[in-house]
Design a binder for this molecule. Structure first.
Ligand SMILES: Nc1nc2c(ncn2[C@@H]2O[C@H](COP(=O)(O)OP(=O)(O)OP(=O)(O)O)[C@@H](O)[C@H]2O)c(=O)[nH]1
Ligand SMILES: [Mg+2]
Ligand SMILES: [Zn+2]
Length: 307
């Protein structure tokens, strides 16, 4: 057995065992069409407990032919979620694009969408808002929903109407995901894995059923990385009930409302929280309908929840 040190990307982890991309996949030797791409099972010591889906690691085969982790390579960001007792739990690392997946049933929480967009700013990642299950829009979408959707578009976020059953919107989404590592996030049952399956038909990702109450059943249980055909990766992640804001400051919260940016330098106070302060340029922009009022009201609610 050689003791070559390999570099690889983590597909998923089960306890102390990591599934890592097989280095033979990066072979540019075209004659090796049938090279074995079976992921490598790698054991990780306790000190590597923080390694997650999307991380880059180094590993080697030991004398018995088993593989073990040598090191975690630096990450450029990591998505965390408050876990047990509010302690943050890292879900995935090295993310370029956060795909916020929503549907009409289970219904969309625009608060949740805002919080993911705030997270995207903190990660320094791009974000897309996906409205899946377009076949259900007619029966379930309200005027407020359409207005909220349009507001995101006006701010500059791509908003995609999709249907994972018919494939509507899939090409557009694939195009936006090219050459990036994208993570699908959102509530359980909105269709994240169904969309992933449409993009990668051979991956056979398990999808769930919706209960009578319209709630998803948490079908996906761990974040998993898939390689895309057109360069890039997709991470399918387990559905959330809610996505709480982490430990962020008022200023970081405001950074997550990217439509504030062009106005905030005109507030009288440079530490303006855009709440009660006089001569606040954000409030003026809201009054003049330049900033969507519901987004602003959700910002105020989030701001007060931080205190
Ligand atoms: N009508 C309709 N149903 C859809 C669509 N996309 C997905 N579904 C259904 O929604 C259900 C949930 O889909 P999943 O893909 O498992 O949802 P998920 O977001 O991955 O859920 P978790 O893994 O629990 O987070 C399945 O029964 C799908 O068949 C769609 O565009 N239209
Ligand atoms: Mg799923
Ligand atoms: Zn202000």
């Amino acid at each position: 057995m050689s003791t070559t040190i390999n570099t690889g990307r983590v597909i998923t982890r089960f306890g102390a065992e990591l599934l890592v991309e097989n280095p033979s996949k990066s072979s540019d030797n075209n004659t090796e069409e049938h090279s074995d791409k079976t992921p490598i099972r790698c054991t990780a010591k306790r000190k590597f407990d923080s390694i997650v889906c999307g991380d880059f690691i180094t590993w080697h085969h030991n004398l018995h032919g088993n593989a073990s982790v040598d090191d975690l390579l630096p990450r450029h960001n990591a998505l965390t979620r408050p876990g047990y007792r509010g302690r943050p739990r890292t879900i995935a690392a090295n993310i370029d694009l956060l795909v916020v997946v929503n549907s009409w049933l289970p219904e969309t929480s625009w608060n949740l969408v805002d919080r993911y967009l705030i997270a995207a700013e903190q990660l320094n990642a791009e974000a897309i808002v996906v409205m899946n299950k377009s076949d259900m829009a007619k029966a379930h979408a309200t005027d407020e929903d359409w207005e909220a959707m349009k507001a995101y578009q006006d701010i500059g976020y791509p908003v995609l109407e999709m249907n994972a059953m018919t494939g509507e919107g899939i090409d557009k989404l694939s195009e936006l995901m090219q050459n990036k590592t994208s993570i699908f996030s959102g509530r359980s049952g909105v269709g994240k894995s169904s969309i992933a399956n449409k993009i990668l038909p051979e991956s056979n990702i398990l999808t769930g059923i919706i209960s009578d109450s319209g709630e998803g059943k948490h079908t996906t249980t761990t974040a998993t990385l898939y390689e895309l055909e057109n360069n890039g990766y997709l991470i399918d992640s387990p559905g959330v009930r809610d996505y709480a804001l982490g430990d962020i400051s008022d200023a970081e919260l405001a950074e997550g409302y990217i439509e504030f940016l062009q106005y905030q330098d005109s507030c009288r106070f440079n530490n303006c929280t855009h709440d009660h302060e006089p001569k606040c340029a954000i409030r003026t922009a809201v009054d003049e309908n330049k900033i969507n009022k519901n987004r602003y009201l959700r910002y105020i609610k989030a701001l007060r929840s931080l205190e």
